[in-house]
Design a protein. Structure first.
Length: 117
């Protein structure tokens, strides 16, 4: 499985960004997908996830601001990030979990999001 994340960049506080993750090498529709982030000096954090059936879950810190969605026809997952805050600054990674796995086992290369105050 290969995951390619894109869409990161520099944005002012209050702005928006949309991250995308292209998934290949396996049957995308049966995988759960997650977006993690890691800020410098911080532990990695699961920001949002979506199951193969489209059930979503969000960290409390992003609820109401971030939206995860998937397009099984295009084998992509998106993370729409609105009302961005400086504390959202991090490298964002998309991850994939096959049906037989208890955790995310496939990782993309990460995309940097920087939110300026």
């Amino acid at each position: 499985v290969q995951l390619q994340a894109s869409g990161g960049g520099l944005v002012q506080a209050g702005g928006s960004l949309r991250l995308s993750c292209a998934h290949s090498g396996s049957i995308f529709s049966i995988h759960g997908i997650g977006w993690y982030r890691q800020a410098p000096g911080e532990q990695r954090e699961l920001v949002a996830s979506i199951t193969s059936r489209g059930v979503t879950n969000y960290a409390d810190s992003v609820k109401g601001r971030f939206t995860i969605s998937r397009d099984n026809a295009q084998n992509t997952v998106s993370l729409q990030m609105n009302s961005l805050k400086p504390e959202d600054t991090a490298v964002y990674y998309c991850t994939s979990k096959p049906p037989f796995a208890s955790d995310y086992i496939y990782w993309g290369q990460g995309t940097l999001v920087t939110v300026s105050s």
